[in-house]
Design a protein around this ligand. Structure first.
Ligand code: ZN
Length: 265
């Protein structure tokens, strides 16, 4: 590990310790819940139309990510508003009647906050976040507000039936945007490995600029300054599609190769 990162982790840990001073009253535990609609393996298999509206999803959380029916862009849920980062590079604010085939949200009540040092890339940001997480076997909802000299995001164009598997769609049609010198918010999750098949183990973030004009699924980044907030969650609620199509897809098995292909390429 480079020396600079070790120092950065120490600095961030110190900043974190300072904001949780011993004489402060202990925060009361709040039973936060991560809510999820459908499963990531259903999405991988091409189940791109769901029956949950964003109005219904809003009741389950104000922060999160996912996609919209037809996989019409990357869904970002931030401060109770719903956006889709589209393949043409723009961002559309979504309507309550829009539907999702896959989404993960929570009511964001962070217990922890820390300043982030200059010069982190995506990998070192994840290593640093690992140090900050106190309950690694819980679900962590994470928001990072910052300035990014580089932010590499992707989206994909809306699909029409018959749908192809997600890995094929992204292989052929993924659109990558390399944004420079942007300020904005990363919204996402750190999930334990036991969610495999249901959600994405490890880190998964979507990004949106402060002006809400650009964004997407985060592939890589460089951070110059920022703040991380972490919500430690021990409740998990999942609702499955009621469609016949959901009964027709194969959902089992370890598909981490596909996950890596679609989430981290
Ligand atoms: Zn994503």
């Amino acid at each position: 590990m480079p020396r600079r990162l070790s120092l950065s982790i120490l600095a961030a840990a110190f900043a974190l310790a300072a904001c949780g001073a011993d004489d402060a009253p202990a925060p009361q535990p709040v039973m936060d819940t991560v809510f999820q609609y459908s499963t990531v393996n259903a999405l991988l298999s091409g189940l791109y139309d769901g029956d949950m509206t964003l109005a219904e999803l809003a009741a389950k959380g104000d922060t999160g990510l996912g996609t919209i029916n037809g996989i019409d862009g990357e869904l970002i849920v931030l401060d109770g508003k719903f956006y889709s980062a589209l393949a043409n590079g723009t961002v559309r604010e979504l309507k309550p009647e829009d539907k999702t085939p896959f989404a993960v949200v929570a009511h964001f009540r962070p217990e922890r906050q820390a300043g982030l040092p200059d010069g982190l890339d995506y990998k070192s940001l994840q290593s640093l976040t690992d140090q900050l997480v106190q309950a690694p076997n819980h679900l962590q909802v994470i928001r990072i507000d910052g300035t990014f000299p580089e932010m590499k995001v992707r989206s994909e164009p809306k699909q029409s039936p018959p749908y192809r598997p997600l890995a094929e769609v992204l292989e052929d049609e993924q659109v990558v945007f390399e944004l420079e010198n942007v300020t904005g918010s990363m919204i996402g999750f750190r999930m334990p490995s036991y969610v495999a098949g249901i959600n994405v183990p490890g880190y998964h973030f979507h990004f949106i600029t402060d002006d809400r004009k650009q964004g997407g699924h985060v592939l890589d980044l460089e951070l110059s300054s920022g703040t991380i907030k972490i919500d430690d969650v021990s409740n998990f609620e999942m609702v499955l599609p009621t469609s016949a199509a959901f009964q027709g897809v194969k959902l089992g098995g370890d598909r981490m190769d596909e996950i890596d292909a679609v989430e981290r390429r």
